[in-house]
Design a protein around this ligand. Structure first.
Ligand code: SAJ
Length: 424
């Protein structure tokens, strides 16, 4: 099948790069978002998301005349749903955006069209929720239109590259739908395209992120054990990882973002009795910011009246995204423990986070600090020179929660050095 027009619903971290990627391959694309401010920014040629290469890619797509953006869905040969699927307070998946996007396609759906759901969703969403909504058009899934699930699996910070290079899973409600999905994505995907059924593809996506969450949880649990036994966790991990079949991930301040800390819940909620390990891992990762805060508090012998220069608020290194960030959770725990926290996040100045006093320059954070806490291993922080830092702060000690700094260099510059699960 050959596609000449695509309508992408949801202009977020996945939809926007995907839309401009299709446009760059000669397909006529309409990018749709219900948020009028996002559409206004995109119409003015401004990517509202910071992602390497995206701004330029967007401008090229707009200038080519093959990408238009709108708040309204339009007719097209293929529709892609790339809207967020967060969860409610009780951890049930909030599928309202998927439902609304599916409904918005109904008036435009024509015989022979292909609809693809990309949003991470609980198992059976495509067949049990999306298909019945689309059939309100009077057309029958499989017989009249094609429907598939194809999860996005790109890593923030490397989205444009991974969109092209990663293997792509396409799960059709029937083989013809999966094959049509392959024909669409192979316009830009260079990685292997693997065809399966829709529910398997949904499960694959959830398993991938759950696998990573559980592996980070065991690393975090090891960090707690190492702390109890006075073992340097980083040395222990690096030795264990020399075993040919062991690859322990990195402990840290917790797990954030919008994927790994969310997606496992879709499995827990779908089948709580069968997902007990998954739930336990979530509990460990969610409580890691509190664990690290307690560690800092005990080293400081109380935080009341102390000022902390807190470096990094993003949810992981070298991204500007502070939503669902464990570093933000850690900073809030330190504030609750009585510290004055001056947070410096060079990639997101003015993030405007409740309870967090953010400063624009590193020097402002350092000037009055009693201690320095490193929460995120941004490249800019790894490159800090301890001797130069010594001249900028009277802080007696530093705490590295993410193993980004060289203990000996900081000690040589006159700091006491602490970190997550280091020998005391
Ligand atoms: N983290 C650790 N230790 C580690 C690795 C990560 O504490 O060793 C933390 C990070 O600091 C961050 C969180 O985990 O807070 C998640 O970061 P990440 O880099 O593991 O993943 P994301 O959320 O940026 O992207 C993940 C990816 N999934 C997998 O690697 C299985 C990506 O491929 C998915 O497309 C994405 O989720 C998604 O959208 O689902």
């Amino acid at each position: 099948m050959k596609f000449s027009s695509v309508c992408v619903i949801g202009m977020g971290y996945i939809g926007l790069p995907t839309a401009s990627m299709f446009a760059s391959k000669g397909i006529q694309v309409t990018g749709v978002d219900t948020n009028a401010r996002v559409i206004t920014a995109l119409q003015a040629g401004k990517a509202h998301i910071a992602e390497p290469g995206l701004q330029e890619h967007l401008l090229n797509a707009l200038h080519s005349g093959r990408l238009a953006v709108s708040t309204e869905v339009v007719s097209a040969e293929a529709f892609i749903i790339a809207v967020p699927t967060p969860f409610y307070d009780d951890k049930q998946a909030d599928l309202r955006a998927v439902v609304a996007a599916s409904q918005s396609i109904v008036p435009h759906l024509r015989r022979g069209n292909l609809v693809i759901l990309e949003s991470t969703s609980p198992p059976r969403t495509t067949v049990d929720i999306v298909a019945p909504i689309l059939e309100k058009s009077g057309l029958k899934v499989g017989a009249d239109f094609l429907l598939a699930y194809s999860p996005e699996r790109v890593l923030p910070g490397r989205i444009l590259q991974e969109l092209v290079e990663n293997p792509r899973v396409i799960g059709g409600v029937d083989p013809a739908s999966a094959e049509a999905g392959r024909d669409l994505y192979q316009t830009f995907v260079q990685g292997e395209i693997i065809l399966t059924d829709a529910t398997t593809a949904e499960m694959v996506k959830l398993m991938e992120n759950t696998f990573r969450d559980i592996n980070i949880a065991v690393a975090n649990e090891f960090s707690r054990l190492a702390d109890a036994f006075n073992v340097d966790i980083w040395e222990a991990i690096s030795i264990a990882n020399r075993h040919p079949r062991v690859n322990i991930l990195r402990p840290g301040v917790g797990v954030g973002g919008h994927c790994i800390d969310v997606d496992p819940w879709f499995l827990v909620e779908a089948a709580p009795e069968s997902a007990r390990l998954i739930k336990a891992a979530r509990g460990i990762n969610d409580s890691q910011p509190a664990f690290v805060a307690k560690h800092i508090q005990s080293i400081a012998r109380g935080l009341e009246g102390k000022t902390i220069a807190f470096l990094g608020l993003a949810f992981k290194p070298d991204v500007d995204d502070v939503r669902e960030s464990p570093a933000v959770a850690l900073a809030r725990h330190l504030v609750s423990a009585g510290a004055r926290v001056l947070a410096y996040e060079p990639l997101k100045p003015g993030a405007n986070l409740q309870d967090i006093e953010q400063v624009e320059h590193l020097e402002e954070a350092l000037a009055e600090a009693h201690l320095v806490v490193l929460g995120v291993a941004h490249g800019a922080f790894k490159a800090l020179n301890p001797a130069e830092m010594r001249l900028k702060t009277k802080a007696e000690w530093v705490y590295d929660a993410v193993n980004a700094w060289d203990k000996h260099a900081w000690e040589a510059a006159g700091f006491q050095f602490y970190g997550l699960a280091r020998k005391h």
